[in-house]
Design a protein around this ligand. Structure first.
Ligand code: MN3
Length: 190
């Protein structure tokens, strides 16, 4: 739990992973169970109501899984983007890696309320893009394949960074697992 120090403290990860993410998984499983029951009873009203919980908690689980997977301790190479197809694509779309980071930082810091910041791949335009999603909405619902995600819910940073969301995002760049992001990019463009 302290592997991502000092960017993410042991306490931050313990609460974020151990409490918040875990709760989404539990609530998702509960909702899926209730959905099965409502389906069996052909209770459409309840199915529609339960769908909301499936969407919210299911999105919470999927997005958090992507988040943890794209983080890596500094000592194990976190934050280092090697030369390769992803770096080239970022430079093509945003001029430089630094400019992309600045743009995604300000976009994500400016999101009103809880949600996520993303570097994604747009299948339609066949190019990289930066977007935010509200709550736990999935980028795929907008036709964007998720490559890199930043959790900007207050629970992701408030214990350490208090109201300074942009400081948290700037620090997070030093623990991004770019190998994972590049693998996602290769898969998206294959
Ligand atoms: Mn979170």
């Amino acid at each position: 739990m302290d592997e991502l120090e000092p960017v993410l403290s042991k306490e931050t990860v313990a609460f974020h992973y151990g409490k918040h993410h875990t709760a989404y998984v539990k609530n998702l499983n509960d909702a899926l169970q209730k959905e099965t029951e409502a389906e069996a009873k052909k209770d459409l009203c309840n199915q529609i109501i339960i769908d909301e919980a499936v969407k919210f908690n299911g999105g919470g689980h999927i997005n958090h899984s992507l988040y943890w997977e794209n983080l890596q301790p500094i000592s194990k190479g976190g934050g280092k983007l090697q030369e390769g197809p992803l770096k080239a694509a970022i430079e093509l779309s945003f001029q430089s890696v630094e400019k992309m980071k600045e743009k995604l930082t300000s976009l994500s810091a400016g999101l009103k309320g809880s949600g996520w910041g993303w570097l994604g791949y747009c299948s339609n335009t066949k190019s990289l893009c930066l977007i935010t999603t509200d709550l736990h909405d999935l980028p795929l619902a907008k036709g964007i394949v998720p490559l890199l995600c930043i959790d900007v819910w207050e629970h992701a940073y408030y214990l350490q960074y208090k109201n300074l969301r942009a400081d948290y995002i700037k620090a997070l760049w030093s623990i991004i697992n770019w190998s994972v992001v590049e693998e996602r990019y290769k898969k998206a463009t294959a």
